[in-house]
Write a protein that binds this ligand. Structure first.
Ligand code: HEC
Length: 328
């Protein structure tokens, strides 16, 4: 990276704290045209289809007054509700997870406690990206706690690497950025099927001169779906199939490969459940002016930052795959 990083940093750091992305979209969620009654019905459906309908009913809404294990299971349920559907509850759910984390001492079930820290970090990221609510200061400590409490869990480190890349870049901290770059391969190798996806979206945002957007494409080209969760949509990621195509399309567009970007966007439109996918219109609009979409990237040249442009840092960076209902 060298001096170039410092040169780019002021612009990045002076905008919205982390990514320079204006908080669009999600705040009006609470007044979604779907309205409250529909949301209630679909939440019930979610609880039932997750196969934990009884548990969901048994746990109090705030997860308080429960034994430690139950409180953590309850917080896990609340996380998925807010992550996939009750967008307006995300901020309160972030606090709820914090309240449970404070109550449960280490040593009871450190794998579950680590997971809870990871969940809170995930909510912190989406509050930042999708709601413009800054939880940046706590995301890294939560990811560090998750890794410390459950060092065998290979999914966590690339999330920390992503944060260090973005924060190192935003604040012109070359040492932090370079150290994260150095860790990418080893941490992805621990669980390639998941970790290639966790880090490539972030990598695409940096200037071409870092080599990271090109490397992201190479990593995606070597990616193989070897587990069930990436072969079909799931309760937790109800639109991952069309969303994964967008993930690939954006990585290709970032390096100027319009043909591959088109192929993946077209594949998104015919992927599983794409008919009801809330981002279908976005894909159609993008395809209608794909040259313009790719040009936003190519005109940045070697040195320009696409950190505020890539989908992964956008106000649908998580809901693209995880959102069961439209954001507005
Ligand atoms: C390209 C699609 C896609 C995008 C975008 C995406 N995810 Fe995911 N995510 C998935 C899939 C698929 C799974 C696995 C779902 C399953 O196991 O049923 C998953 C799993 C997860 C998990 C659970 C991991 C575990 O096993 O404990 C969390 C937490 C998560 N995602 C958070 C996020 C956050 C936060 C964002 C936005 C910053 C995001 N995801 C963006 C597809 C996506």
């Amino acid at each position: 990276m060298g001096r170039r990083l410092a040169g780019l940093a002021p612009g990045a750091a002076s905008a919205v704290p982390l990514l320079g992305v204006p908080p669009l979209g999600v705040p009006p969620l609470g007044v979604s045209p779907l309205g409250v009654p529909l949301l209630g019905v679909s939440l019930l459906a979610l609880a039932l289809s997750l196969g934990c309908g009884d548990a969901a009913v048994a746990h109090p809404a705030d997860c308080m007054g429960l034994a430690h294990e139950d409180a953590m299971a309850c917080a896990e349920e609340r996380f998925w509700e807010a992550h996939t559907e009750r967008y307006e509850a995300r901020e309160a759910t972030y606090d709820l997870l914090g309240a449970v984390i404070e109550q449960v001492p280490e040593g009871v079930d450190d794998v579950a406690l680590g997971r809870l820290h990871f969940r809170r970090a995930a909510l912190g990221m989406e509050l930042m990206l999708e709601h413009g609510i800054d939880r940046t200061a706590n995301v890294v400590p939560d990811l560090e706690a998750a890794i410390r409490l459950d060092p065998a869990e290979a999914k966590y480190p690339p999330w920390l690497d992503s944060m260090d890349l973005v924060l190192g870049f935003a604040f012109g901290d070359e040492a932090r950025f370079d150290a994260a770059v150095e860790r990418i391969d080893a941490n992805v190798a621990r669980y390639p099927v998941g970790n290639v996806l966790s880090i490539t979206g972030t990598m695409s945002g940096f200037p071409l001169e870092t080599g990271l957007p090109q490397k992201a494409v190479r990593m995606l080209e070597g990616w193989e779906c070897t587990e069930g969760w990436c072969m079909r949509n799931t309760e937790r990621a109800p639109y991952s199939q069309p969303g994964l195509e967008v993930h690939f399309a954006d990585a290709y567009a970032r390096v100027g490969d319009t043909a591959q970007a088109r192929a993946h966007l077209e594949a998104a439109l015919v992927a599983e459940d794409a008919e009801s996918w809330p981002y279908r219109d976005w894909v159609e609009e993008t395809l209608a002016d794909l040259d313009g979409y790719v040009a936003r990237y190519t005109e940045l040249g070697e040195e320009g930052s696409a950190v505020p442009l890539v989908y992964a840092n956008s106000d649908f960076g998580c809901t693209l795959c995880h959102g069961a209902v439209p954001p507005r």
